[in-house]
Design a protein around this ligand. Structure first.
Ligand SMILES: *Cc1c(COP(=O)(O)O)cnc(C)c1O
Length: 459
């Protein structure tokens, strides 16, 4: 890859002088960045481009469609037809990490098991399915005079299947979003067109094809797959393109997970307040899923929740966007580094067009993780808790360790008056994908993990 001399009017040296952290990022070294612009939620809540009204609308729409999901996917019965996952204590991981940590690790650790989500086996089920039901809902209101009181169960009837079949739902993806949108759109009767980047894993394409979903393979990265899909859809009014780089529906679809987490914490008697802070560790690609969840949690817990994103060292696109405040305008490829990573769910060189701007005042920080360590971590997780995840999901396992070992950690704790609260803190590690991994791929990932140095150190 050739490096341009000039990026948005400045040469690389000037960029590095202006943002010293960039030099470390560009060497693909692990970093922990605390967001200097993190603000008190009450001061900024009216200045973000998203709203609690729309968040509530999203929750209501999910509720309205719950009977349909319960019918189509009986495994959602345990969640009353919602696409939800369990919150599980992970005491063995907690013990293991505490033994390993050079500094003492405080708090109680939980796993949010989106790796087991229905339909897609990844967090993309939340955003992707939500946007497909938004499209379906819009069409039903427009052409069939559906209202809030119409039963969504009737849309499994063949006349509705035939109606939806006139339309195509399309998306550009590195794999998981395509999987979630392709599977649900197909199920409802839509035609499908999934633009897959060259990072997309073969098994994800095969799973879609075997379900009758149409794949278009793009010789290029995620940004290109989205661009080709978007441009093709613009020419055809019967095509709905779900745009992962700028979709508010995706954002709200993810964001309602905050209500789910809140009710699960209530049910397990886990308090969140000044004396019991809540820490979240969320894998970040374009930023829509971790951004939506962060926004949702801030509306509930305000400053008592602290959200940290994790990105692969090869692909710190959200961090680059926030650091420089150039967001979608800047890409790590501008600096001559390739976004290639084993964490295919996070392989995007450029972040979302709007999420970074919202995160400027809401995200507590971002850290990066080495690709090989992702394998070591997923192997360790399996050994301890028998939870199966894909590499994109493993970063949260390093969150509490990295956070509490970070140079600026003590400042952060002091600034937020948490010195005496960390002992009672709660740490939620959000595992975002893995259920559908074919056995031979899971076995290979696990074996690779057992050769990793971090795995050996932790075991
Ligand atoms: C897409 C994805 C993410 C990140 O979501 P973004 O909205 O792209 O930030 C995290 N984990 C997995 C497994 C994913 O597929």
């Amino acid at each position: 890859m050739t490096t341009p001399k000039n990026i948005l009017g400045m040469d690389i040296r000037s960029w590095k002088d202006k943002y010293p952290l960039l030099s470390i990022l560009l060497k693909k070294k692990v970093v922990f960045w605390f967001n200097p612009k993190l603000a008190r939620y009450e001061f900024i809540k009216d200045n973000v481009s998203v709203s609690t009204t729309q968040l509530q609308d999203a929750e209501n729409r999910w509720l309205r469609f719950a009977p349909l999901f319960q019918h189509l996917y009986p495994e959602t019965l345990q969640f009353e037809g919602r696409i939800q996952s369990h919150l599980k204590p992970i005491p063995k991981i907690q013990t293991k990490l505490k033994k390993f940590g050079k500094k003492s690790l405080h708090g109680n650790f939980y796993a949010k098991l989106d790796n087991e989500l229905s339909v897609a086996g990844s967090i993309k089920a939340r955003g992707g399915i939500y946007e497909v039901i938004c499209i379906a809902d819009g069409l039903l209101r427009e052409k069939w005079q559906f209202t809030d009181n119409s039963s969504c169960l009737q849309i499994t009837e063949s006349k509705f299947q035939a109606f939806f079949h006139q339309y195509t739902i399309s998306v550009g993806s590195t794999g998981n979003l395509g999987l979630s949108i392709g599977l649900i759109a197909q199920k409802l009767g839509f035609q499908t067109q999934i633009y897959m980047s060259n990072d997309a894993k073969q098994w994800k394409k095969e799973k879609l094809r075997s379900n009758g979903v149409k794949i278009v393979e793009i010789d290029g990265d995620y940004t290109k797959a989205v661009k080709v899909g978007r441009e093709t859809a613009e020419e055809d009014p019967m095509v709905f393109f779900i745009d992962d780089e700028q979709s508010y529906d995706l954002f709200y679809g993810y964001a309602v997970a905050a209500f789910e987490l809140k009710s699960q914490m209530d049910a397990q008697n886990i308090p969140v307040d000044q004396d019991h802070p809540l820490f979240l560790y969320l894998p970040c690609g374009v930023g829509t899923s971790p951004g939506g969840i962060t926004y949702g949690l801030k509306t509930i817990f305000g400053d008592h929740v602290h959200c940290f994103f994790v990105e692969p060292v090869a692909c710190p696109s959200m961090l680059l966007g926030l650091l420089t405040q150039k967001h979608h305008e800047i890409s790590i490829e501008d600096f001559g580094i390739s976004a290639h990573t084993e964490a295919d769910g996070l392989a995007c060189a450029r972040p979302s067009k709007f999420v970074g701007k919202i995160m400027e005042s809401l995200v507590s920080g971002i850290y990066t993780v080495d690709d090989d360590d992702l394998f070591g971590l997923l192997a360790m997780l399996w050994d301890s808790e028998q939870i199966q995840i894909e590499p994109s999901s493993a970063g949260p396992l390093l969150g509490p360790l990295h956070l509490m070992a970070a140079e600026e950690y003590s400042h952060y704790i002091r600034d937020h008056n948490l010195t005496n609260a960390m002992e009672q803190s709660t740490h939620v590690l959000w595992f975002t994908g893995g259920k559908f991994l074919p056995k031979e791929i899971w076995d290979a990932n696990y074996t690779r993990g057992t050769h990793n140095q971090l795995y050996r150190d932790l075991t």
